[in-house]
Design a protein around this ligand. Structure first.
Ligand SMILES: Nc1ncnc2c1ncn2[C@@H]1O[C@H](COP(=O)(O)OP(=O)(O)OP(=O)(O)O)[C@@H](O)[C@H]1O
Length: 353
């Protein structure tokens, strides 16, 4: 459905996309994941035909984005990060206008607008002025716009950016529903977003592709990087106990308050592991820490494993790319990449030319 080969994009002397290759197969929901400035929007705009590339080859549904740009663009519904909407138009009117621009034949226009509004869940605001819509609704109108010509492929740039948790949940449900009929490539800088919405993930940073694989494999890399334990009572004793647990490197007080009823101190203690602790040892260390506190008679209010930040996952992937395979998670990712490289190579070999 999408084939990207050695894509490069320069803005003047700045390399925004640096030799990126990947494939997206039909029926998948794929997350394009990377921190700010990674090159996500640039890549998605090139794939949607809105921006030229410096070099490389991109095919959308078998159409070369440069040599058959009209066919390629007709196969894509693109929702940019900042959806350009006309505030003085009503939703229905706007979508009919967009359908016309996208070449939907007049006879089919109304039906396709209705269909897009239904899929994007905006029927109830069909006659509302766009300028009066909430951010969540405007985002969904943007989604209806991407859907109005009924393209097989949807490219959504940060579809949940700036939405509140309720709106994010609605957009996620919407995307899950769309995947029955459309292939979806969406960008985000939030790892949990990809974990919840996508089958596969492509990770980029600083314009370079770092990893590509099943979301499950990337998820494995997100290990408990630290532990927050909230205790009540003798906080100093709790600190001493935790510092004595093998595998715990540092413990510090993240916060401390007085309990309103007992007047005891309630503190959240932040524990980090000794370097390069593999997953199984982290689990064992958490169990040992809790057991040691209970054994010392310290009351525990909450135990929370703190997931590694996206940057840490990126750091592991980058180390892995450099060939250092020192941690269990890193090895997993290396295997994932090796398999994917083979998958991609096989797919290339078997793809019709
Ligand atoms: N029109 C432009 N001219 C010059 N540099 C640009 C232009 N657009 C983007 N860049 C630069 O290219 C790099 C990639 O930008 P891009 O917007 O593609 O990243 P992104 O991953 O989408 O980031 P974000 O999540 O912040 O939107 C950044 O360093 C950005 O500053």
């Amino acid at each position: 459905m999408i084939s990207v080969s050695h894509l490069v994009k320069h803005y003047g002397s700045h390399v925004a996309v640096d030799d990126v290759s990947f494939r997206v197969e039909k029926g998948q929901i794929v997350g394009f994941l990377g921190p700010n400035g990674a090159g996500k929007s640039t890549t998605l705009r090139i794939l949607s035909g809105f921006l030229g590339m410096t070099s490389g080859k991109v095919e959308i549904c078998g159409h070369d984005i440069e040599n058959a740009s009209l066919e390629a663009r007709r196969s894509v519904g693109y929702m940019p990060e900042a959806v350009p909407l006309y505030p003085e138009m009503r939703v229905l009117e706007y979508l009919a206008f967009r359908a016309e621009l996208k070449g939907v034949p007049r006879a089919r226009r109304r039906a396709q607008v209705d269909d897009a509004m239904e899929k994007a869940n905006v029927l109830e605001v069909a006659t509302t002025l766009i300028g009066k819509l909430s951010k969540g609704y405007r985002q969904r109108v943007g989604m209806a716009d991407a859907l109005v010509a009924n393209p097989p492929l949807l490219i959504l740039d940060e579809p949940t950016a700036g939405l509140d948790p309720n709106q994010i949940r609605q957009v996620r449900e919407l995307i899950a529903g769309l995947s029955k009929e459309h292939t979806v490539l969406l960008s985000t800088h939030i790892l949990s977003e990809v974990e919840q919405s996508c089958d596969r993930v492509i990770v980029i940073a600083k314009g370079k592709l770092l990893a590509e694989g099943k979301t499950l494999d990337i998820r494995k890399m997100r290990r408990a990087a630290a532990l927050d334990i909230t205790v009540r009572g003798d906080v100093q004793a709790a600190l001493r106990v935790l510092r004595g647990v093998p595998g715990v490197a540092n413990v510090n007080e993240a916060s401390k308050v007085k309990d309103a009823s007992s007047k005891d101190e309630v503190a959240t203690l932040h524990c980090t592991w000794t370097k390069k602790l593999p997953d199984t040892d982290i689990q064992g260390t958490i169990e040992a820490a809790v057991a040691a506190l209970v054994g010392a008679g310290i009351r525990i209010r909450e135990v929370k494993a703190v997931g590694s930040a996206l940057e840490d996952v990126f750091a592991e992937l980058t180390r892995d790319a450099a060939g250092t395979r020192d941690a269990a998670g890193t090895r997993d990712a290396a295997n994932t990449r090796d398999e994917n490289t083979r998958d991609a190579a096989n797919a290339r070999d078997t793809a019709p030319s």
